[in-house]
Design a protein around this ligand. Structure first.
Ligand code: DBV
Length: 252
């Protein structure tokens, strides 16, 4: 059992039991990708598997799981709500590299500086955040231009011990996911076209940032090549723009 497999298993089974989960299409060639790196004794297979679902209020729930031995494990798990809901994104970036663990966990807001939005989507999880923050201290160095995309309850930490990932990080992941599903349950559809337009604009801003700045790009390029990587990023990991283009074509 690799480090993040229990996170993935928990998330899928929790979602299955609380939502009407349906499959979401994964483009051909992206369900599973494998490459062998290193030579001789250092030879190592790196396998990336993808998972994707949708649910009534959630446009895409998707995970990328990279497994390449003890010093290369990644689970990137993101939930993208439908454009007709003001829900935040659920975002988990759980990364283990030779240099150590790097954990990012958040409900990423659409309207970060809006007080009413914070009251709705940040205040209710502040106590969970404070519970874990004492065990999961701020991870330091952080790209300045990513700041607008994170909430005040952003857990960003670099645990020294794997046991911290298996305990506190796993518990925090479960609590954030549960709290997120409470928000989903309560969410009411937005009907005002102006508000929907604002949500769409914010979702696109987020998507563009993440696809342009994807910190995994270098890693994926090394293992699987540039063409596969770009298609994986734009055609699966962050696919909103493609999806909107397709629906515009279909509606003509
Ligand atoms: N990150 C992704 C996806 C990944 C992934 C889709 C499928 O967004 C993995 C894989 N993240 C990943 C890897 C690294 C990081 C690092 C492999 C290590 C990169 C390296 O050191 O070579 C949060 N993830 C990071 C970093 C941050 C995040 C801040 C450190 C990068 C740096 O310091 O430059 N999650 C990441 C992020 C957002 C987010 C930037 C922005 C909204 O949600």
């Amino acid at each position: 059992m690799t480090l993040y497999q229990p996170f993935l298993d928990y998330a899928i089974s929790y979602l299955e039991s609380h939502l009407e989960l349906q499959p979401y299409p994964i483009p051909e060639g992206f369900e599973r990708k494998s490459a062998v790196t290193g030579k001789g004794k250092n030879e190592q297979e790196v396998v990336t598997t993808s998972y994707a679902f949708q649910a009534p209020k959630l446009r895409q729930i998707r995970a990328a799981h990279v497994q390449g031995g003890n010093s290369l494990q990644v689970l990137n798990f993101v939930i993208f709500p439908q454009l007709s809901y003001d829900l935040p994104f659920f975002g988990a970036d759980l990364v283990t590299l030779p240099g150590g663990h790097l954990i990012a966990l958040d409900m990423q807001p659409l309207f970060r500086d809006d007080q009413a939005y914070q009251d709705k989507y940040t205040a209710p999880i502040l106590s969970i955040f404070h519970n874990y923050q004492q065990h999961l201290p701020w991870g330091g160095d952080f790209p300045e231009d990513a700041r607008p995309f994170f909430s005040p309850t952003f857990l960003w930490t670099r645990p020294k011990e794997t046991s911290v990932v298996e305990t506190y990080v796993f518990e925090a992941f479960k609590d954030y996911l549960k709290a997120y599903l409470d928000f989903v349950t309560q969410a009411e559809p937005i009907t005002n076209p102006e508000e929907i337009a604002k949500i769409k604009q914010k979702q696109l801003q987020y998507l563009r940032y993440r696809s342009e700045k994807d910190p995994a790009r270098g890693m994926f390029q090394r293992f699987y090549g540039q063409e596969w990587t770009e298609e994986y990023i734009h055609g699966f990991l962050f696919d909103l723009e493609r999806t909107l283009e397709l629906s515009a074509i279909r509606s003509h």
